[in-house]
Design a binder for this molecule. Sequence first.
Ligand SMILES: [Zn+2]
Length: 266
Amino acid sequence: MEIKYIDIHSHLNLSPLSENKEAILAKMRELGVATITVGTGLATSRDAVKIAEENTGWCFATVGIHPCHACGGEAEEYNGEELEKLAVHPAVVAIGETGLDYFHEDTPESRSIQEDVFKKHIALAAKVGKSLMLHVRASKGSDDAYYDALEVLNSCNYSGKANFHFFSGSRECMEKIVEAGYTVSVDGPITFTNEYDEMIKAVPLDKIMIETDAPFAAPKPYRGKPCEPWMVIEVAKRIAELKGLDEEEVRTCLLENAKAFFGLDF
Ligand SMILES: [Zn+2]
């Protein structure tokens, strides 16, 4: 299969995609869309690795404990030993999703749990030499969690790569992230709201990647349906449109960005 796009963040390990996996994978193969299945806890991390093992060379995985799951009691599930065992698997291309979510979990206690679990993931990524897949979501109308996440990375002397998945911060915030040497990825909503326009026009083309976060956030014209990784094509098209660039040029660049970031060699 010739890979034309890679959806760098999806959840084929979550319902309803997990039930229809074979049909979805067939459609992806037909359209040349690869993906990275993201773990949100230990069980889904194991599933992500399994999906990658069954689809070598075009499905990859990440392993980690989502910050909201960490607050929901899975902090204890942060079993360093098992996560590390999964993390060294050759199909695992990043650690996460991990980070800070002040939108869903915002008490002093949950902030402290999230930070603690985030730091463990940073240490793991550094140890196994893989990139970080960050889930950061700020309080409503703010960029607070993004700046805190940058500070945590800095305080850990992290020198590896990190991508802010489903980036929904301001243009200024994106600029701080890029300045720190990190990247952002964007999703379906860029096709149906104008909130991201300014940020996308401003972001350097080599600092942005595309994803779906499937089954969530389907792009136009599939809104209301469960999102599937092949729909990432619409996200790429919208970036080209917003930047006034040739679709093919943007597609190639987005593919190269992901290959370099995750160390993929297809
Ligand atoms: Zn996700």
